[in-house]
Design a protein around this ligand. Structure first.
Ligand SMILES: [Zn+2]
Length: 321
């Protein structure tokens, strides 16, 4: 079986990315915790902070879609020579991508990671996974994977900062669009009673805080105190509505809200209300027998794969409509 690096040589025996890196001066790899090398142009000394072999190519050949300044110093003759080389490399790349042995070797390497590390197969659909593979493929030069420490510390910190920048944009819209504060309590794996707070505004939900209320209990005062914490984070002037389930402690806290912050409304969760209505229906005497028959029917369908297949074929057709 031909190795991946052997099959990725151009007709001149070069690795495709080396064509571009020959025209660039590589910076110190340790400058960037992501493992990407920064570079500057050998011709005009442009320093690129983003890195990636595609950007060197875009800078030198003036190809569209690379979002980088084009090189004004490189000679027209050299640019033409590079453009011709681009065509050769692209043709080679297309041929390589149809190399079944190489494709199988890559697929198997990805498969072994999934199988041996117990990654659920459904994660193959993750856009984060697809983006990771595409970024590694586009990087071109041999890529040093981030270490465990980098993943746990520097990179995580970078991602936190990125998220904070994105969140700042969402929060900036709260003032104009208003916020619905959603509060719900659940027990975590250590059996702690946790109250989660989420801010919802114009189709975007932002997690605010999870508050441990195990020791204080779910009394009206404690529930109201957690709502107040959410209101404090979002800004009282931005909160329009608080939505929770219809539990007694939430109803009691809603009365406190009405008295202390009359501009903010409270509403019980519609899905929770409907769920309770349906549960009450199920308790009606004429419903009990009907429900049992329904459960038997569902059980029968699920236990027969042929029927499940027919149901699935209709379900997929319905979902496409
Ligand atoms: Zn340049």
């Amino acid at each position: 079986m031909a190795s991946g690096s052997q099959s990725r040589r151009t007709s001149t025996g070069q690795h495709p990315s080396s064509v571009w890196w020959e025209e660039a001066i590589l910076g110190d790899q340790t400058n960037c915790c992501s493992g990407h090398r920064r570079w500057s142009c050998k011709w005009c000394s442009l320093r690129d902070k983003v890195s990636g072999v595609d950007r060197v190519r875009g800078h030198l050949t003036r190809e569209a879609g690379h979002e980088i300044l084009s090189c004004d110093v490189i000679s027209a003759e050299k640019r033409q020579q590079l453009r011709e080389m681009v065509k050769t490399i692209d043709d080679q790349g297309i041929r390589d991508s149809f190399d079944p042995e190489r494709k199988e070797a890559m697929d198997m390497a990805i498969g072994r990671f999934f199988w041996n590390e117990h990654i659920p197969f459904v994660k193959a659909r993750s856009h984060h996974f697809k983006e990771m593979v595409q970024q590694i493929a586009r990087h071109g030069i041999p890529y040093d994977l981030p270490t465990e420490t980098a993943l746990r510390e520097q990179l995580l910190q970078v991602e936190k900062t990125n998220l904070e920048v994105q969140l700042a944009k969402v929060k900036a819209r709260w003032k104009n669009c208003g916020v619905t504060l959603v509060a719900d309590a659940w027990n975590d794996t250590r059996n702690r009673h946790i109250m989660g707070l989420v801010a919802y505004s114009r189709g975007q939900s932002t997690f605010l805080e999870a508050i441990d209320i195990s020791s204080s209990g779910k009394t009206a005062d404690n529930v109201f105190a957690t709502w107040e914490r959410g209101i404090e984070i979002v800004g009282e002037e931005n909160v329009v509505l608080i939505v929770t389930d219809g539990e007694a402690s939430n109803k009691a806290a809603a009365r406190l809200l009405e008295a202390r912050k009359p501009k903010i409304m409270w509403a019980p969760c519609l899905a929770h209300c409907l769920n309770n209505i349906l549960k009450d229906f199920a308790k009606l005497p004429w419903m009990v027998g009907l429900l049992d028959k329904g459960k038997t029917l569902v059980g029968f369908l699920r236990n027969h794969s042929y029927l499940v297949a027919i149901l699935a074929s209709f379900s997929s057709r319905l979902s496409r409509m």
